[in-house]
Structure formats: C-alpha cells, structure tokens
Design a protein around this ligand. Structure first.
Ligand code: SF4
Length: 337
C-alpha cells in the first residue's frame, strides 16, 4: 500500500485523525501533489474555469484555488465572475447550488456530487411553510446552508458572517419576529446580538461543530493561557459563551490582523487552521478539538478536482423557477452590509 503523505498545515495528531476519517483516494507524495496541481491549473486555464474553495477544504485544494473564503465571500465571488466560463466549486452541495443560482448561464461543477451538508438537510420547504403558518407575517431568514428549495420559500438568506446584520435589517423594516432556519446555535447567537427581535429558531445543527465542548475550552485555556480562544457560531451556546470571540471563518481570517495576540485556539473545522497558518505564519494556531473534521468537505480531493475539470462533471443545476425564487433571497442578502 502506498504511504500516505502528511497533510500540510495540520498537527500530526489531526493529520492522523484526518486520515482515519477519510476513505478517498489520495496522493502518494509531494511530487504527485505538485504534478497534479500543475495539471489542474493548466486545465483550468484551458477551460476558462475559476476554482472557488471553502476555508474547510484540504490544504492542496485551497492551494490550487483561485479564491478561498467563507460562504459569504464565496457567494459574492460567485456573483462576480463575468470572465469565467466554468465555475469549479470546492465545497459542499448547497454552495455549488448558490453559485449555480447566481450564474444560470454557467456550468457549476462540484467535484464530488456526494459532498452534502447534514445541517442543510435538517430543514425542508414543508418545515418552513409550517413555521410561516405558526408565525404569520414573520419574515423567514434561511442560512445559506440550506437547499435551493428552502431558499425559494424564504425571504432572505444569511451566512454566519452577516446573520446579525440581516436580522437587524429586518428589524429596521419593522419586523419584531423572525423565523430563522435551520441552525439553532447560530439562531441563539443572533438572538443575543439582536435582543429586541423574537427569533424563532429551526432545530438543526452542524454535527462537526457540535463536537466542541466546554471541556475543550477549559483544556485549551490551561494548555495555551496566552491564546485568544475563538469559535464559530455553529458551536453550542455554552461553548460560544466561554470563548473570547464568536466569529465566522471570514472573521477568524481577519482577527489576527485586528488584535495584538499571536496565539489562537480555533474552534471550527480543522481546515481553517491551514488557511490561518498560511495567512499568518508568524502566529500559532491550535485546534480547539482536532477531531472537528467535516467529512463532506474532505470529499473534494485534488484528483477529483482534476477529474471534474477534464470531464466538466458533475454539474449542479437548479430548476428555473426554484432558482428565480431562491435568487431573490440570496440577492437580498448580498445588498445587506
Ligand atoms: S462543517 Fe457543518 S455546516 Fe459546514 S458543510 Fe460540514 S456539516 Fe455542513
């Protein structure tokens, strides 16, 4: 059996954890990575493709991408790529759907069509219609981590970066009750920031972020007493309250440039550590829990990106009427600052 190469940017412990959790084909050594990276770039150039990658992607996938970011940054980028003839989306299915909705004339390729999001599967259009009946007149905010079908029955979308601003914008228009689906922990975070609005939460959660516990925070503070402890708003509320900052991955990427600290404990999917270490080599970043790995995000491997570029498959499509309705909710979000 070929020796598996270490994944750059992760601690040896988390690399082992990552290996254990994944069952995808992977590259044998750094030469394979370099060769395949060059092939991917050459094919992308020939195809006129832009490669977008989420912060949770494998290091070699982040490295080959034209743009790496959080959900909001990727949605904005996907809405402004006039020169690209193909979008290769290295993330999970709802992200590729969002890109397809914003670019109906362009093929959007998701290198592994099985890369889904369990959180997005925790709410259906039927659930949203039920909540609308229970709270007539209340606007529906759907997290981008939802299917196009759910977005199509929502008033506005949000990401973890702009959820508070989105709800504040609704409050400024007179809403005193807001339906917020599907993530109950993000909903709790928003409710603390916008106390004047009654937030009706969905019942979903991210299984990867649910791994973080108060004990993780206490242990991190003992092991790294000088470090700032930051977590994602998809973490449970107890963990959010115990951390120094609760930020989207985009916010985490900006934090080291905004504070004087040089050590950070990071409570989100471990792929973010690679992004942070690449951006701030002078700082130290530790995982809050090195087992916080999203197996769906890790389905996108460099060989699969190459295969997607050579075949232009699998393509993610959204039915026209669903896309029209969902686009309105996404575009309404994109103008909120
Ligand atoms: S980290 Fe959580 S919310 Fe993000 S894609 Fe994975 S399961 Fe979904």
């Amino acid at each position: 059996m070929a020796e598996q190469r270490p994944v750059a940017g992760l601690t040896s412990g988390s690399t082992e954890t990552l290996r254990e959790s994944l069952s995808q084909p992977r590259l044998d050594d750094d030469l394979d990575v370099l060769t395949m990276t060059e092939e991917v770039r050459a094919f992308a150039h020939d195809r006129g493709a832009i490669i977008l990658a989420h912060n949770y992607q494998l290091p070699e996938v982040q490295d080959v991408a034209d743009f790496v970011g959080d959900s909001l940054e990727l949605a904005r980028k996907a809405a402004s790529v006039p020169d690209a003839s193909v979008i290769v989306f290295c993330g999970v299915h709802f992200m590729a759907e969002t890109a397809a909705i914003l670019n109906p004339e362009k093929p959007v390729v998701l290198p592994d069509i099985e890369a889904g999001c369990p959180l997005a599967d925790m709410v259906t259009p039927h659930d949203v219609e039920d909540l609308k009946r229970q709270y007539p007149g209340a606007p529906v905010v759907s997290y981008v981590n939802t299917s196009a079908d759910v977005k199509a029955v929502s008033d506005i979308c949000c990401t973890s970066s702009n959820a508070v601003s989105v709800v504040r914008s609704l409050a400024a228009s007179g809403a005193d009750t807001v339906i917020f689906v599907p993530d109950k922990h993000l909903a709790a975070f928003v409710a603390r920031q916008v106390p004047d609005v009654h937030i009706v939460p969905g019942n979903g959660f991210c299984p990867t972020h649910a791994r973080f516990t108060l004990e993780d925070v206490e242990r991190a503070r003992k092991e790294h007493p000088e470090a700032i402890v930051v977590c994602h708003p998809e973490c449970v509320e107890d963990v959010q309250l115990a951390c120094d900052y609760v930020l989207s991955t985009g916010g985490m990427a900006r934090l080291p440039s905004e504070v004087t600290a040089s050590e950070f404990v990071v409570g989100t999917e471990v792929g973010m550590l690679y992004r942070l270490r690449t951006m701030y080599p002078e700082c130290a970043f530790y995982p809050l829990n090195e087992r916080a790995i999203c197996p769906n995000m890790k389905k996108i491997t460099l060989p699969r990106v190459l295969h997607a570029l050579t075949t232009l498959e699998p393509i993610v499509t959204v039915p026209e009427e669903t896309a029209r309705l969902a686009r309105s909710a996404i575009e309404r979000m994109l103008v909120v600052r």
